[in-house]
Design a protein around this ligand. Structure first.
Ligand code: DP6
Length: 364
């Protein structure tokens, strides 16, 4: 009997960024990271997997176009790993029929621009891993942490999209990557008024893909070493505390500082990598000016009271994600739209995403 499943997985947007690999084959990071998984209703990848005895080879379609399934080494690896897990399970469990020789067709689509710095590889590999696990009949026989470990081998950030809510990817220390997995820090219901506004400054493909960019950074940036050793460990701990206590000011400050440092590290790479453009920088200045309106100044800098209303973060591209509280969304959207008047294809320009919702673990 052929099996066919369709699943979807949302993107996640990091507030403590992953940038750098200590192992480029297992995709093991040089620092831990933390992200929010957006809602299923917003930016997502939807993947259909069909396993059929009539197929004579694995085939892959991305956004409607057939790709060479054997050329995508990371996908080949994830498929191989999942088949190996299935084989191991079927040796132990006689109710699982042998599927070893059966080929699969995989069809994946994003409802947003691919490779424009909007975490398409995260949602893509999360949906791929989850979809294949389902089609192989093993999704309910292995843990979400194990699925996360498998998805990581497709794209590092994908391991975080297997969970909803606030998710940490612990870098781990084992050379085989067995402890380099994501875990949920707080679920999607924990901070229900947290929203993500995705401001699309450009939907063009990025010039420097993350994988190549981060390797060049590892080879050439001194600032990255400082970040890995002295900044991220403390920030991971502090931002987790901010999330648990729903302390927006602390969360917002760490988010913006981490985005700034990630892009500083890109600039410290040689030759430098620049992902931000003039629109990105204008968004940073706008958010800073807006936040300053709510900061109570005092002669003593230490006692100035911060009143953040918006926190920006940028991945490997010029598009901004603002983490804001729901009550401030209308005002912030009005300010953004007044500052950056909508072009003709306005509906493409601003995605309103809701963070901290259920992650895509359901068949459609
Ligand atoms: C800037 O996960 O796309 O979005 O592991 O090489 O596939 P690979 O890289 P990828 O890198 C994401 C980098 C980032 C930061 C983040 O999501 O943490």
């Amino acid at each position: 009997m052929p099996t066919q499943v369709t699943v979807s997985a949302p993107v996640n947007i990091a507030v403590v960024k992953y940038w750098g690999k200590r192992d480029t084959s297992l995709l093991l990071p040089t620092n831990s990271s933390l992200s929010l998984t957006l809602s299923q209703d917003d930016l997502r990848s939807t993947t259909t997997v069909r396993i059929d005895a009539l197929f004579n080879k694995d085939r892959l379609w991305l956004n409607g176009k057939e790709e060479d399934a054997t050329a995508n080494k990371r996908m080949v690896r994830v498929v191989q790993e999942l088949r190996a897990v299935r084989k191991e399970l079927q040796n132990k469990d006689s109710s699982l029929e042998a599927l070893d020789e059966q080929k699969m067709h995989i069809c994946s689509e994003n409802n947003f621009p691919t490779a424009a710095g909007l975490a398409s590889s995260a949602s893509g590999f999360a949906a791929l891993t989850f979809g294949i696990a389902h089609a192989l009949g093993i999704a309910d026989k292995i843990s979400t942490a194990d699925l996360s470990r498998l998805a990581r081998q497709g794209s590092g950030s994908a391991c975080r999209s297997l969970f909803g809510g606030f998710v940490a990817w612990n870098m781990g220390i084992n050379p085989d990557g067995s402890d380099s997995v994501a875990e949920q820090v707080a679920d999607e219901k924990h901070w229900p008024d947290m929203e993500a506004l995705v401001l699309v400054a450009s939907d063009a493909r990025k010039d420097t893909p993350s994988t190549a960019g981060m390797q060049l950074t590892i080879e050439t940036s001194d600032l990255l070493r400082e970040r890995i050793a002295n900044v991220v460990p403390q920030r991971m701990s502090d931002i987790k505390t901010a999330i648990v206590n729903k302390n927006y000011d602390a969360f917002a400050e760490h988010t913006m500082r981490d985005s700034n440092q990630f892009h500083a590290v890109c600039l410290d790479t040689f030759p430098p990598i620049t992902y931000l453009n003039d629109v990105s920088r204008a968004v940073i200045h706008l958010v800073t000016a807006y936040n300053n309106l709510f900061t109570e100044k005092s002669d003593n800098a230490a006692s100035s009271k911060k009143g953040y209303r918006a926190a920006y973060t940028f991945d490997a591209g010029p598009n901004a994600v603002l983490y804001v509280r729901r009550e401030h969304v209308p005002e912030i959207l009005a300010i953004v739209n007044a500052t950056f008047p909508a072009p003709a294809d306005a509906d493409k320009q601003t995605y309103l995403g809701r963070a901290a919702q259920y992650v895509g673990q359901e068949d459609k």
